[in-house]
Design a protein around this ligand. Sequence first.
Ligand SMILES: [Zn+2]
Length: 138
Amino acid sequence: MLMSDQEKYNIKKSDEDWKEELSAEEFEITRLKGTERPFSNKYWDFKDKGIYNCRCCGNPLFDSETKFDSGTGWPSFYDSIKKDAINTIMDTKFGMIRTEAVCKNCGAHLGHIFNDGPAPTGMRFCMNSASLKFEPQG
Ligand SMILES: [Zn+2]
C-alpha cells in the first residue's frame, strides 16, 4: 500500500513495520491486497462462537452469529459487527467491478462484498482468514 493511502487511516505504519508484525502470507493479503486459497485457510469451516477482529490492528469486524456457509471456501458473513467497522472501495482489477472491503481503522485488505448473501441483509462479506483474528467469547 502506498503511504498516501495509509494517511487516511488512524493506524499509520510503513510496510517495514507491518512486515515485522505479520507473517509473509498475512502481509501479502492484508497490505498488498492478495487472496488466500479457498478451503485451505484457517476459518472457512470454523464454527466457534466469538468475534473476528482485524489481524493488523484488532478492530472488531464480525460476530460469529453472522457467519454462514457460503460454499466458497472462504469465511463468509452476512453483516459486519457495526456499520463503521469496514470501508468499501471500488475494485476494477481483473476486468470486474467488485466492492473491496478494508478495515476502517488501518486500511487492511479484508476481502470483497457481494450482494448474493442470505437474509436479512442479502450481503456476502467474502473474507480472507489471514485478515482476521478470532477471539472466543462466552
Ligand atoms: Zn485493521
